[in-house]
Design a protein around this ligand. Structure first.
Ligand SMILES: [Zn+2]
Ligand SMILES: [Zn+2]
Length: 366
């Protein structure tokens, strides 16, 4: 199934020598594929559905091209300006995520060169959008379907193809992530990074869950140098114990006594698997993991409290309460470290509890 621009110069049957019967073909302005939306995009949605579910095509190819008027229009749009067409601006805005990316990463390029980059980046947005169609997602997971990006450059007579970025191997993905960070943040803020080369003076020590959805650097926009950060299962802080908890104890001691952080923040979160595990534990039942149950039991006092206070609530709601109550137990445990206790007494240290709810997009503190 081929997605190409309506532009009269780029018919894929001609440029790729596709014979009758070879390619189910959609052509529209700028070869855009919008995300799944039954109300707004029934035309293209029905074509994708028919091609994938009935015709069982093997490859979805989105092809951008050089000197694309639709892409030029997208790159020219100013935020907040009124539209001059009934339909055109609204349509090309499907490529907005690509535009943002290009304008950030290629800020120094000329308008024409930005358009060229956007011709390719808009293809990536369309490929990402294709994954929002459940039958496409299913085909990708089963391996019956493949996504391909393409760019036809009729100025240089070149045709490039590539697989979507998400298919990068895990190491390439990391390199790509760093390259993005370097271009968009590191190189842009020498005033931030130069002083950090000499050392760190973070204001916060943050305890957060290891959960991949809750990195506090991302959700709280903490910059490099701002937060000395411990992440573990369920953001638990155990009480002072030199034998069992040297790892976390050494981090607290270093942050408080050497770095002199001002605030210790413990952050729980919604849908926490560690908290769920804690609430599911039956007294006296044997452990199934070597470590996990033993670790989450640090929050046991919170569990007892929630089970008493919220006995009538369903399990899921009890979990939500426990996510917050376990933070309180960790805050109490922090007070068992003599240097923390001293800092609190001196007024040089503050304890803060937090809960990040990614279901409702809420962050609360206390
Ligand atoms: Zn075009
Ligand atoms: Zn968690």
């Amino acid at each position: 199934m081929v997605f190409a621009c309506a532009d009269s110069r780029v018919c894929p049957s001609v440029t790729l020598g596709l014979q009758p019967g070879e390619a189910f073909t959609i052509r529209n302005i700028a070869a855009m594929v919008p995300p799944y939306d039954k109300t707004r995009y029934a035309g293209i949605g029905s074509a994708i559905e028919y091609a994938v579910c009935a015709l069982k095509v093997e490859v979805l190819v989105v092809i951008g091209h050089s000197k694309c008027g639709g892409i030029r229009a997208l790159n020219s749009l100013k935020d907040g300006d009124p539209d001059t067409f009934h339909f055109v601006e609204d349509w090309v805005r499907i490529g907005n995520p690509a535009k943002k990316k290009v304008q950030t990463e290629c800020a120094s390029l000329s308008f024409d060169d930005q358009c060229y980059a956007l011709e390719k980046e808009a293809v990536n947005t369309s490929l990402e959008n294709l994954k929002t169609y459940p039958f496409v997602k299913e085909g990708l997971e089963k391996g019956t379907l493949k996504l391909v990006g393409g760019h036809y450059d009729f100025v240089k007579a070149k045709f490039d193809t590539w697989e979507p970025k998400k298919d990068l191997d895990p190491i390439e993905r990391l390199k790509d992530g760093f390259e993005n960070f370097k271009v968009t943040i590191y190189d842009k803020k020498p005033e931030l990074f130069e002083p950090l080369k000499a050392g760190q003076t973070p204001r916060y020590m943050v305890f957060a869950c290891a959960d991949s959805r809750v990195c506090p650097s991302v959700t709280l926009r903490l910059e490099p140098g701002e937060a000395f950060t411990i992440r573990n299962i369920a953001a638990m802080v155990p009480g002072y114990d030199k034998n069992r908890y040297a790892g976390i104890g050494s981090a607290i001691e270093y942050a408080v006594c050497a770095l002199k952080v001002e605030v210790l923040v413990v952050i729980g979160h919604s849908k926490c698997g560690g908290i769920r595990a804690l609430l599911s534990l039956k007294d006296g039942a044997p452990d199934t993991f070597h470590f996990v149950e033993d670790w989450v039991r640090i929050g046991y006092p919170a569990k007892k409290q929630v089970q008493t206070k919220y006995a009538s609530l369903p399990f899921d709601d009890q979990c939500t309460e426990l996510e917050k109550e376990a933070v309180n137990v960790s805050l109490e445990n922090l007070k068992t470290y003599p240097f923390v206790k001293e800092g609190l007494a001196n007024g040089t240290l503050k304890l803060v509890g937090g809960h990040y709810d990614f279901v409702n997009g809420v962050f609360s503190t206390w």
